[in-house]
Design a protein. Structure first.
Length: 234
């Protein structure tokens, strides 16, 4: 997928980019390719893959973003979906969180060139950051980071009541079925599930929209070891 086809396919899902946004994404793509040549940020290293599997994929949740949302991207990596969404949504405030310092340094370097004003970059473990920022966000998202049970415990406590957790996943059935107890204990409720395919290659994607419907006990999130080794049970 090149830039022109990217813009054409976005229009089919009602996303219309300004010329400035297109130019910033083009710079983003070029910098990612150059930086990736000496620092391993992502396995996708060519223009076609970046436009399709990073930029387009990130924007599949654009329709859930509105107004002046405060948004947290957990495990942002090289900025997906958070940095792409920040470019497209200047009225929202984005926090891009990752425990990998080299990826945060890349994003800071990238932003020194793009000058995106509505984004901050945090180099911390997710459970530590969320413990200090409970119920602060309208939306939490995460793309291809961890098992859903882990993500739920890291994400739902960071949401305001009625806020939305919107993970981007591929195959989800087994993960989702195993996560139902975790979802209930943390005060979340699935309100929609969208199955889609990426254009051109037709790989499958699943977008879950989970609402924070009741206050989460302050003991969450636990340490990462406990989240990993002791899934929540009734």
């Amino acid at each position: 997928m090149n830039k022109e086809l990217f813009c054409e396919k976005l229009k089919k899902i009602n996303i219309y980019l300004t010329q400035e946004q297109i130019e910033k994404l083009e710079i983003y793509k070029n910098i990612l390719i150059e930086y990736n040549s000496h620092t391993n940020l992502t396995a996708i290293k060519n223009e076609e893959g970046i436009y399709l599997k990073h930029f387009y994929d990130s924007l599949t949740i654009q329709k859930y973003i509105s107004g002046k949302n405060k948004i947290l991207d957990i495990g942002t990596g090289a900025g997906f979906p958070g940095m792409v969404l920040a470019i497209i949504n200047p009225d929202c405030q984005f926090t891009l969180l990752d425990s990998n310092n080299k990826k945060i340094k890349f994003l800071q370097y990238l932003n020194s060139l793009l000058n995106i004003k509505n984004v901050e970059f945090i180099n911390m473990r997710a459970e530590d950051y969320v413990k200090n920022n409970l119920e602060q966000f309208d939306i939490v998202t995460s793309r291809a980071v961890a098992d859903l049970r882990i993500l739920l415990e890291l994400s739902i406590p960071a949401l305001k009541l009625n806020g939305l957790f919107i993970p981007l996943k591929s195959s989800i059935e087994d993960e989702y079925n195993k996560s139902l107890t975790t979802l209930h204990i943390l005060g979340g409720e699935l309100i929609s599930r969208e199955e889609l395919t990426l254009p051109i290659e037709n790989s499958k994607r699943t977008i879950l929209v989970i609402k924070h419907i009741k206050k989460t006990d302050l003991i969450y999130p636990r340490s990462y070891d406990k989240i990993l080794k002791k899934p929540l049970k009734k």
